[in-house]
Design a protein around this ligand. Structure first.
Ligand SMILES: O=c1ccn([C@@H]2O[C@H](COP(=O)(O)O)[C@@H](O)[C@H]2O)c(=O)[nH]1
Length: 298
């Protein structure tokens, strides 16, 4: 399959950089006239796919908001992902998975294997059992032309104690031992992975999550992404306070095909609640996406 990064680049070129989060929160379900149950979540999410397929580069279902309804919720998510696949719109399942290697292999197959019921084009991963523990997912993404987005600097303020901590990296047998911010060490490990797969079927399979709302200065994400060679998912636009101007200030413009400074991109800002409040009317949803993409690329 064409590598995920290439497919994402093509989708961004066709539709603009915005990723719309499919987050069926109870308040949004009520606003759309739907019950807060698995059937309501399914109608909400499949309605969003129907409205936005062909109009947006990437859709990001929030797995937690399906999982809350147990098996019926996960079946709804399966159908949402199938709809998106049939409609040709790329998906990233926001599952934030991460575990010891043997269990990680199960998560990898669940979200990234060809033919898996919940297969998406990409999945979000948490690196806090070690980036190395994510190898089964990284390897399967490479093998199937899918992608991963690993949490580096998340958009929530509580994360800084862990992600901004300094850690020793490198040492015997590898690069010289040195201090690095934890978030930067995640980026660097994924840059190494991408460098090893450059221009092959797994080209740029490893992306990162860098929140829009939590840089060192407020206008700077404070990371060196120049060697990443993969896409960057940027949550925080809209309901969390981030603006299109912030995207331009923090990332130098999301429409740069490879991101600023050779990030390797694309850089894909995420908005869920702000866009979804325009629904359930399909034309209104599409107009909200069009307007936001316009200001991101404007
Ligand atoms: O650092 C992160 C990682 C993931 N998210 C997720 O993105 C959406 C954002 O929704 P909004 O309604 O646009 O705030 C949501 O699913 C989060 O879990 C994030 O916000 N920050």
């Amino acid at each position: 399959m064409t590598p995920f990064r290439t497919r994402l680049r093509e989708a961004v070129a066709a539709h603009g950089p915005l990723c719309v989060g499919i987050d069926p929160h109870p308040g949004l379900l009520a606003a759309w006239g739907l019950d807060a149950d698995a059937a309501g979540v399914e109608r909400f999410a499949r309605g969003a796919v129907e409205a936005l397929a062909g109009h947006v580069a990437l859709l990001k279902p929030q797995v937690a908001l399906f999982e809350v309804f147990g098996g019926a919720g996960m079946l709804a998510l399966e159908r949402v992902l199938a709809d998106a696949r049939d409609a040709g719109v790329l998906t990233v399942a926001d599952a934030k998975r991460g575990d010891i290697g043997s269990t990680m292999a199960g998560y990898a197959r669940a979200w990234l294997a060809d033919g898996a019921p919940l297969a998406a084009d990409a999945v979000t991963l948490s690196p806090y059992l070690g980036v190395g523990a994510l190898a089964p997912a990284l390897d399967l993404a490479v093998a199937t032309g899918r992608g991963v987005f690993v949490l580096a600097r998340t958009s929530n303020p509580e994360a800084s104690g862990v992600q901004s901590a300094q850690a020793w990296v490198g040492g015997p047998g590898g690069s010289p031992r040195r201090m690095r911010e934890v978030a930067q060490s995640v980026v660097d490990a994924l840059a190494d992975h991408n460098a090893a797969h450059r221009d092959g079927p797994g080209d740029g399979a490893a992306g990162v999550v860098v929140g829009l709302t939590r840089g060192t200065t407020g206008r700077d994400h404070g990371l060196d992404l120049s060697a990443l060679g993969g896409p960057v998912l940027v949550p925080g636009l809209g309901a969390q306070g981030g603006t299109p101007d912030d995207v331009a200030a923090v990332f130098g413009g999301a429409d740069a095909p490879d991101g600023p400074g050779g990030v390797g991109g694309p850089v894909v800002p995420v908005s869920a609640r702000e866009v979804l409040t325009a629904g359930p009317d399909h034309r209104a949803l599409r107009a909200a996406v069009g307007a936001l993409n316009g200001t991101l690329t404007g």
